[in-house]
Design a protein around this ligand. Structure first.
Ligand SMILES: NC(=O)c1ccc[n+]([C@@H]2O[C@H](COP(=O)([O-])OP(=O)(O)OC[C@H]3O[C@@H](n4cnc5c(N)ncnc54)[C@H](OP(=O)(O)O)[C@@H]3O)[C@@H](O)[C@H]2O)c1
Length: 375
């Protein structure tokens, strides 16, 4: 199953909104075939492994990282292929919460006399497919937050300049991230200050929609995002009162506008993430700036952090911090990274990990927030 999980991970960036899945076929302690789901719409892991094994698959045990599908989707059901190939035993890491499967795949295999075991390395499987599982269960994409900051914890100088805090090796990692997500989001402040393109260079397996969060929808026509909207999609999420006015201009530039409710920032982000989930986006990368990260952290929307720390000492009490917003009252109960990975990339430190949110003891998460903190 460890091998099947390694294989599954190879599909990252290419299979979404499908899950990553790997499969290993074993006869008498020997691997006779292996495969993984390589591409959305392409053959599933089980079919790839059966193809690789040929006749040797008869009587094999199949180790599969996710419950085999039992419905006709873009490809025929994998349960049928396993049954037809004479597989004797199927060991799965995790059940598939996809509504058409949800245990029905395992039931069908059992009905055909196949010995079925579920739950081997389940936690590891859930970990690699966390974005898929979140999309299935919550209907929202997995949110990665990425920033580069100076050694003294600044996102940009007091004049707003931030290019470049991280070195080339770090920026290469950022472009790899961009190339495997469905959306890249920034606030209007970052568009005005940095005029970013937000594309993956070189391109990765996916082309992300560029998303701008703004109140008014007022973007400079000369900005790189507007100028390249015909080549790579741009989506502008703005407050609904401004939408009717701004939409016409944006549409004329080939940009889609979506209206967010005129309510709290938390409700606005909930509405936005629901809409991105409805569009099948599995991962979005939030690239700042300070206020946007603040809203995402206050609302507990960040699932994973990618922080690049340079060696500069920028100073300045008016310089930008990575995460503004209201923030938390103390380090004891604030979110933190679980099992972070810390890597040196030339002169930068790269810290990445998933965010764990600690519930307040009173079970009232609002007590984590310190209303006295300036916004
Ligand atoms: N070092 C890095 O990795 C990095 C990355 C990105 C940016 N930066 C730096 O960050 C600075 C910009 O940060 P910033 O805080 O000024 O701007 P920002 O976070 O990029 O954008 C803030 C803007 O987002 C819009 N917005 C709409 N709804 C929002 C909501 N619910 N929550 C938050 N924002 C919402 C508002 O736009 P309206 O104007 O329409 O009201 C708001 O002014 C620049 O200096 C840039 O260089 C650094």
């Amino acid at each position: 199953m460890e091998r099947a999980l390694q294989l599954a991970a190879r599909g990252q960036g290419s299979v979404e909104p499908n899950p990553m899945v790997g499969c290993v076929l074993v006869v008498g302690g020997k691997v006779v075939g292996e495969g993984w789901h390589r591409l959305f719409g392409g053959p599933h892991a089980e079919v790839e492994a059966l193809r690789a094994a040929g006749d040797a698959a008869a009587g094999a045990t199949a180790y599969v990282t996710l419950e085999p599908c039992c419905h006709q989707g873009k490809t025929p059901p994998c349960t049928r292929s396993l049954i037809a190939a004479g597989i004797r035993r199927v060991v799965v890491a995790q059940r598939d919460p996809f509504p058409h499967v949800q245990g029905k795949g395992l039931a069908e295999l059992r009905q055909h006399g196949i010995d079925v075991v579920s739950g081997l390395l389940e936690e590891e499987a859930a970990r690699i497919n966390a974005p898929y599982l979140k999309l299935q269960r919550v209907g929202q994409p997995w949110v990665l937050a990425k920033w580069a900051m100076t050694l003294d914890g600044k996102l940009a100088s007091r004049t707003g300049r931030s290019q470049w805090i991280s070195g080339e090796a770090s920026r290469k990692v950022v472009h790899e991230l961009r190339g495997r997500v469905d959306g890249i989001l920034v606030g209007r402040g970052t568009v005005l200050q940095d005029d970013p393109r937000l594309t993956a260079r070189p391109p990765g397996p996916r082309i992300a929609t560029r998303i701008v969060l703004t109140t008014t929808g007022d973007l400079p026509e000369t900005s790189q995002l507007v100028q390249t909207a015909g080549d790579v999609p741009v989506l502008v999420a703005m407050h609904e009162v401004h939408a009717p006015h701004a939409e016409k201009t944006l549409n004329r530039w080939g940009i889609e506008a979506i209206a967010l409710p005129n309510s709290s920032p938390r409700d606005q982000l909930t509405a936005l993430l629901n809409e991105l989930g409805r569009r099948g986006m599995t991962n979005i990368l939030v690239e700042g700036g300070s206020r946007v990260f603040g809203t995402f952290l206050d609302g507990q929307f960040i699932d994973e952090v990618h922080a690049f720390i340079g060696t500069q000492l920028l100073g300045g009490q008016d310089a930008y911090v990575p995460i503004a917003g209201t923030g938390y009252a103390g380090p004891d109960r604030c979110p933190r990274l679980e099992s972070p990975r810390i890597v040196q990339l030339d002169n930068d430190a790269y810290i990445t990990g998933r965010v764990s949110y600690t519930p307040a003891p009173s079970d009232d998460s609002s007590q984590n927030l310190d209303p006295a903190d300036p916004q």
